[in-house]
Design a protein around this ligand. Sequence first.
Ligand code: NAD
Length: 252
Amino acid sequence: MRSILITGAASGIGAGIALELGRAGHHIIVSDLNPDAAGEVARQIREAGGSAEAVALDVTSDESVAATLAAISRPVEVLVNNAGLQHVARLEEFPMARWDFLVQVMLTGVARLTRAVLPGMRERGFGRIVNIGSIHSLVASPFKSAYVAAKHGLVGFSKVIALETADTDITINTICPSYVKTPLVDSQIADQARTRGISEAEVVSQVMLKPMPKGVFIGFDELAGVTAFLISPAARNMTGQTLVLDGGWTVQ
Ligand code: NAD
């Protein structure tokens, strides 16, 4: 059983992966900007018989990363880079500070935390890094320039780190889901309805589910299952890869 630090684990996909991997017997370090909500996820894991601790972590801050790594009870064997956010606007109307912030959280923040845990992983001769990318690591949608740029960048970043860690038992891979029903997507439904001038039901059927031939949202169990595979011995030589959970979006 591994000790697994998950960022942005107080909500949505991060919480879903935390709960499932906690049920599987791993020790989960539930980290998030929101420590109270992280504490609640850790409490649920313990209540279900698992092992978990919660910690405040802002991936955009060197100080916060250092404080988190000093505060946790076990070394990080597995890092799940999941924290993220979205902003939907045409580039001309996209505030540059907001653009930069999305890249800070979803790309620079991943580099910051990965950089901080790698020396320990090297010392112990084992590490697994799982990034939560997106279908937008591979294809684009309008009005999401910062998000798509950050998520594409994440794939390039992972390839480089795969090469830099190839001399030891460390892997880094990126899971790329299409839409998963989380608070992040719920808020986009309203934003997109406004930006596109269509109803919220039309955003779900015509924007979100239409490009997915399977026509359903991706589930937390799928994200957790693929993460479990990536940290299993069967995936020890899989590194620098993208694993695409898109209901057939990109094969059309
Ligand atoms: P969510 O909004 O439910 O959860 C995101 C979490 O990240 C929140 O708890 C938030 O507090 C945390 N967070 C934000 N900024 C942070 C920071 N600076 N430091 C630490 N934590 C921070 O979102 P979600 O839908 O679960 O998204 C999780 C990840 O999955 C994101 O990287 C997102 O891009 C990716 N993703 C989501 C979908 C989807 O359809 N929901 C699809 C593809 C990829």
